[in-house]
Design a protein around this ligand. Sequence first.
Ligand code: SAM
Ligand code: SF4
Length: 476
Amino acid sequence: MIFRPEILAIKDQRMKPFIDPNEIWGLINNTSSPPQRVRDVIAKSLDKQRLTLEETAVLINANQPDLIAEIKEGAKQLKERVYGQRIVLFAPLYIGNLCINNCAYCGFKADNRVVKRTTLSSEELKEQVKALEDVGQKRLILVYGEHPKYDAQFIADTTRIVYSVKSGPGEIRRVNINAAPFDVDGFRIIKDANIGTYQIFQETYHEETYRKVHLGGIKQDFNWRLTALDRAQEAGIDDVGIGALFGLYDWRFEVLGLVRHTNHFEAVYQVGPHTISFPRIQYASELNINKSHLVSDEEFTRLVAILRLAVPYTGLILTAREPASIRNEILQFGVSQIDGGTNIEMGSYSKRKAGEDQDIDFEQFQINDNRSLDEIMVELIDQSYIPSFCTACYRLGRTGEHFMEFSVPGFIKRYCQPNALMTMAEYLEDYAPSETKEKGNRLIREKLAEMPEDKFKFQLKEKLQQIKEGKRDIYF
Ligand code: SAM
Ligand code: SF4
């Protein structure tokens, strides 16, 4: 056997903290961004190459308005060249808001006596899932507070319940999880329930700030959280999502923290995170944070463009925390997933229609885009995006799909776009009001007209016809 010390050294990094604040601040303070260097870095990303931490710092430090505009333009070009026009839709479903932690920014924190605590019973959970299926949702993310009641078995059990609910033509085809970190055995139990992505946000990569905003409970342990997704990987969950809660600390530090986290996964597990999320702090019941690092709209759209260029093949998730105007700008930078028809009030999908006022005493934070799923569909279709509920890669075991989309020539044209059109066609047949159906079918015709007359187009037309005739859940 050949002794490879460098491989051993990388393996040694499993479950080890990897954030060095001096390294990150050193890059922010010592990297200059002359215009030509900024352009070279953008060109490297457009050439489909990952950026280093130092190159990301070059983009972060490019402060002149014209260079910021070039960075945003670069992100748009990357999206147009690589990702095509489809946007995957999902909905969050809050399972329980009991919590033992005291995160200063969150309405569910243990010390908040105002918020009404509840955990969905099996029957209530089924009712919520049915309501989600009845508007056409196919992909959910289940969200949990951190509490002994929400152990790994509970998460696995609730996931199985979600998959078991079928309402008419409706079914949930992919369940992602956003919950507390577990040990390796706990993650194994959850993996067995056939989850999609396991998301855990570090909130802030700056340990000192982390300690200031996590005032009680297990979540106070920075390194337990930082290494959580390493334990998930050890348990065989290789589809993981990272994120930072923007507004707790300097956004520049957090962007480099996210890129450093990505580097860690790539070095140790040879696969980067499936997705990166970038929630921005919203008003919450009993919100108690230092507001000096809140991120402006201008900084926010800029940092998303930088992330797009830094990790060109990682999925980016944008949520209803952001208002429609910000969502529309950021969609152009190659965001791959958004939520639609979101209600984050506990138990609200079956009771309250999207668009009605929220009751902040039942919620983790205020959302700013409470349009219904159909309104989001129409808005996307009007802008020539193809709303997608596709789950094909995950169900066919094609893991690393973002990487394939990015690096396998023709992958998007051959798989993602046709699957997006088929899942949209199912929605149009089963759930859409007539106006949406008309617009959606027009978009399908336009997209078909753009395709070359080859066997793939023939197969797609055949499958679209089968959907019209009642066949469901077909994909490439
Ligand atoms: N309790 C688990 C945890 O903390 O990881 C699971 C999910 S928590 C309910 C989901 C995410 O919401 C958190 O990781 C945090 O980033 C985000 N969040 C919390 N409070 C927020 C606020 N006021 N505004 C925006 N996002 C917030
Ligand atoms: Fe609990 Fe999560 Fe909210 Fe923290 S962010 S208080 S762990 S629900």
